[in-house]
Design a binder for this molecule. Sequence first.
Ligand code: SF4
Length: 446
Amino acid sequence: MGGRYYVETFGCRVNQADSAGLAADLDLSEHERVRSIAEADLVILNTCTVTHRSDADVRKAVHRLQRERPEAKVVVTGCYAQRAPEEVARIEGVHLVVGNAHKKSLPVLSGQLLDHPHAAPIVVHSTMDGVDPLELPPVEPVTTVLDRTRPFVKIQDGCDATCTYCIIPSVRGPARSATPERILGAVATLIAAGHQEIVLAGVHLGTYGLGLPAGEREDLTGLVRRILAQPGLMRLRLSCIEPMAFPMDLVDLAAQDRRLQPHFHLPLQAGADRILKRMVRPYRAADYLEVMQEIRKKVPNACLGTDVIVGFPGESEAEFQESCRLVQAADLDYVHVFSYSDREGTASTRLDEKIDPRIIKERSGELHRVSRELFHKFLDRQLGQHLEVLTLEPDAEEPEWTSTLSANYAPVRVKGQLPANRLLEVEIVGKEGATLIGRLPSPAPP
Ligand code: SF4
């Protein structure tokens, strides 16, 4: 039996793309997609588990559903379901738990759940530890788009690295890639559907190509070159790329072809070599600095971003200050700041010298301040420039304005209720808070 379903997504772009994949499979089966939880017989929570808070957000969502939509069947899948299936099954209000390796069976399992509603939650799960990538469902870029102007195309999944703080390899499994043909097919379909910007997503994007059969092997730069050759492509954006797998020839491509968006996000995680070593990050601070300076030199108006963990076990005040100095020396434009917390199942939980949570909070506050300063410097550099922007949706606070995104990832507000998914050229005439104000050339296009 089919049901009316609603997918709620937690976490990263790869999970967003996975939710679109779930919807594509559910649409192909006997289920019907609805736009709100209020209409749903089935609510699918596609979860994240990178931190304790991610898990807590899922528990809160289940409790909210119990209050607001008690008649719905709740299916929990994604990384929390993969990391702790029994723990998830014990959350009151959960009816079915499906691990990441079994997402393809979710439509059938959900149908059975509706046919045979029962008391005890069902758990469908298998470990990712030591699994052969060929035993896992292939990585499939999908063309179903869930309420997004800029679709995420998942080209890679899993990770073979061993960063000591990271739970991802144990919940997403070994690195594997979609074939170039499948990706080019999906991109062509999305272009034909009128999407102006496509975002490539992956867990360890720089390792794209790993696991592909010899005849189909392609690396990330090769794939990007082939996507840029697709007729009708307007904008291609890359998600986060780990510095240890960042192909420098991508920067040359971005310098030559402005459709490859000038926005590069490379997670640094720490500015001190001793801490990078404890994290098992295979580069030194100086290597990272060199890469970012090279990007800045070749693509001067690019937006450069990073992730930094504060309070990693053993991090001294001086080492924390090295992180602050490095993000400034690298002339970055923003920093996503993460406060370290032990994650069950990761190697760093066994490290000594845990940092006092009050000190972690202080360091987080300080690096957030540094990030704000960097971002405002970035925004100020755009003043007076003419930028190409993509219209997204009406501004939440002031609907007579439209939110847009520039090629170099700056949020720009434009006066007027403009349809989404349009590429426009605007002059940057001001800044309000952390958003730029763009003015259309007059008279405004119809
Ligand atoms: S590269 Fe490191 S941080 Fe990134 S997903 Fe893999 S293990 Fe996690």
